[in-house]
Write a protein that binds this ligand. Structure first.
Ligand code: 9G3
Length: 569
């Protein structure tokens, strides 16, 4: 492609509203353009990268025996009502109506639609297992789209769904997918880590996320030297005891704490450490109020709480619910005198004595409250959001953490959708059984941004060869010089003749600007044709990733370039 005829609108300046390096560089290098919040155009260079990533994904999905299909974006509401998710999901599920008022969802995922295919087409255990996949645009009306295509409202996902007669067969495909995902991310030259993940509202028993290491990643991953790794939502671990209450049970008393609602405000007002406070969080679990006691310096892991309560959706209760349940405004909830509401405590509270709790009255806290004496001894469960510094549940060592971008997630779904949607098969005894399912998602558009996060320097993007929009960036210093221009034109044709993808910067612009653009758009190999070199019968090369420079004889440059490409990083 000749740059003079290409739409590659690069920017010298960093766009003001881009927070992450991938967002900044994808805008500056002319890969994407924002249409509206969370919605992007993929311009020629950006779309070439997406298609190269898709090609790798397709190859690896096909290699697992996956069969590619395409399901509609428009999902009839009826299917979502059958699975119960039309009711469970809120505004994030992009709903619309057709001209006759029929309800649809713009598919955020396709468990319902693919299960509908299976229940209509699968009869016998003989037809199992099989795996269907698609690479398709998804819609999720996120509250806060950000970081460019990393968290978008319209994005490209590869979603695969496998169907089995039993868990053993599912285990086999799950393992194959795990390996295929590793091959995909290896081929995209990504540094990533598969980690245990929560299954959340999607259901199922087991899940792994593939995390690309990035300090700007939205996800926090908890890791241990023993090899344990899990998202902080899924992570198990022990909260180190805070200590500091070795005296016997003291007399409980009420203390006025005007306008002290947050843990920090109460701790400061009473002159105690947040670890001496037990906070009472009120949640809405599928519509019922639940009180959770947890140490003041810790957070509740809502995914764990949902599992403990067997609830689909767990969200913080609304202020009016808190007022109704505790008799006090937000910030003063406590276990003393709290009746008629299910209460559970996190392990971090076990054994604490003489703690500070909310008084269930405005501007009042209780000091020296003791479980058993002042409020019913609660059930203790592992409900805390594990963090760096906690103890590993496996080996007891101190846990560490890193941030990452989730580029893939795989699930053992089991029969959640097949049972609710009556998708069955006949086993060898003619008995109808619910199909056992797995599903496997890979964020294609997000992966392109993750690659930029890990492959850039201060001058711009440095694409790995496996996904670069073009393998070679050919640059003629001054196209008005007939000698260099003819040399560059013929090298361009010679390289294309060898099937090499070349971006040929033949623009009549300053050499400085063209070199800057070459570094910005980041093709793996730059070949420069200039007057001085042509006079000496050579062209210059520069490897983008390493900056390594070289010269090639002009007459055999195409052959030499072809030999260099496979060795490039
Ligand atoms: C929704 C909305 C958002 C969602 C979902 C449903 C995430 C939802 C989880 C999955 C699970 C797997 C198949 C491919 C791999 C991931 N966000 N998830 O189910 F209605 Cl609005 O999508 N699905």
């Amino acid at each position: 492609m000749r740059w003079s005829q290409a739409l590659i609108p690069t920017h010298k300046e960093d766009p003001s509203d881009a927070e992450t390096v991938s967002h900044r560089l994808m805008l500056r290098a002319g890969l994407i353009r924002k249409v509206t919040s969370g919605v992007y155009n993929y311009l020629p260079l950006g779309w070439r990268v997406v298609r190269r990533v898709e090609a790798i994904v397709r190859e690896e999905m096909d290699a697992t025996g996956g069969q590619e299909i395409l399901m509609p974006v428009l999902s009839p509401a009826e299917l979502w009502m059958e699975s119960g998710r039309w009711r469970v999901y809120g505004k994030e599920l992009w709903r619309t109506q057709d001209r006759n008022g029929r309800n649809f969802a713009l598919g955020p995922t396709h468990e319902e639609v693919v299960t509908d295919i299976a229940r209509n087409e699968v009869r016998s255990y003989r037809e199992l297992p099989f795996c269907l996949y698609q690479i398709q645009t998804k819609f999720r009306d996120e509250t806060r789209p950000r970081f460019g295509v990393v968290r978008a409202r319209e994005f490209i996902m590869k979603d695969a769904y496998s169907f089995h007669r039993d868990e053993t067969s599912l285990e086999d495909t799950y393992r194959q997918m795990h390996a295929a995902y590793s091959r995909v991310f290896d081929r995209c030259a990504l540094t990533y880590r598969p980690v245990e993940a929560a299954t959340g509202a999607i259901g199922g028993s087991v899940s792994h996320e593939f995390m690309v290491l990035s300090d700007t990643g939205e996800s926090e991953v908890i890791v241990c030297g023993c090899g344990y790794a899990a998202t902080n939502e899924r992570a198990e671990g022990t909260v180190p005891p805070a200590g500091g209450d070795d005296q016997g049970e003291q007399a409980m008393r009420a203390v006025d704490t005007p306008d002290s609602r947050t843990i920090e405000e109460v701790a400061a007002f009473l002159g105690v450490a947040p670890t001496r406070i037990v906070k009472t969080m009120v949640y809405d679990a599928d519509g019922r109020a639940v009180a959770v006691l947890i140490r003041g310096d810790r957070d509740v892991n809502e995914a764990k709480l949902a599992l403990v309560l067997g609830a689909d959706v767990v969200v913080p209760a609304a202020p009016d619910v808190i007022e109704r349940v505790t008799g006090a405004p937000v910030g003063f909830a406590g276990p003393v005198g709290l009746s008629g509401v299910e209460t559970v405590a996190d392990e971090s509270v076990r054994g604490m004595r003489n703690v500070v709790v909310g008084g269930n009255r405005k501007d009042v806290h209780l000091v020296n409250a003791n479980a058993g004496r002042d409020f019913p001894a609660p059930q203790f469960r592992d409900l805390a959001l594990v963090r760096k510094g906690d103890r590993c549940a496996r080996c007891g060592a101190e846990l560490d953490s890193f941030r990452g971008i989730e580029v893939g997630q795989i699930f053992k779904l089991g029969t959640k959708y097949s049972s609710s949607m009556k998708a069955t098969f006949l086993d060898e005894d003619g008995v109808a059984k619910p199909l056992v399912m797995g599903c496997y998602g890979l964020g294609v558009s997000r992966t392109t941004a993750a690659i930029v996060e890990q492959h850039h320097d201060r001058d711009g993007i440095a694409w790995p060869s496996s996904v670069a929009p073009y393998a070679v960036h050919l640059l003629v210093i001054n196209p008005r010089d007939a000698g260099p221009r003819e040399a560059a034109d013929s090298l361009y044709e010679a390289l294309r003749g060898r099937g090499i993808e070349v971006l040929y910067d033949d623009r009549d612009e300053s050499p400085g600007a063209k070199f800057k653009d070459a570094d910005l758009v980041g093709m793996p190999l730059r070949v420069t044709v200039g007057d001085r070199g042509i006079k000496r019968g050579v062209v210059e090369t520069r490897i983008r990733k390493t900056g390594e420079k070289g010269e090639l004889p002009r007459d055999s440059a195409a052959e030499a370039v072809a030999a260099m490409l496979p060795k490039l990083p």
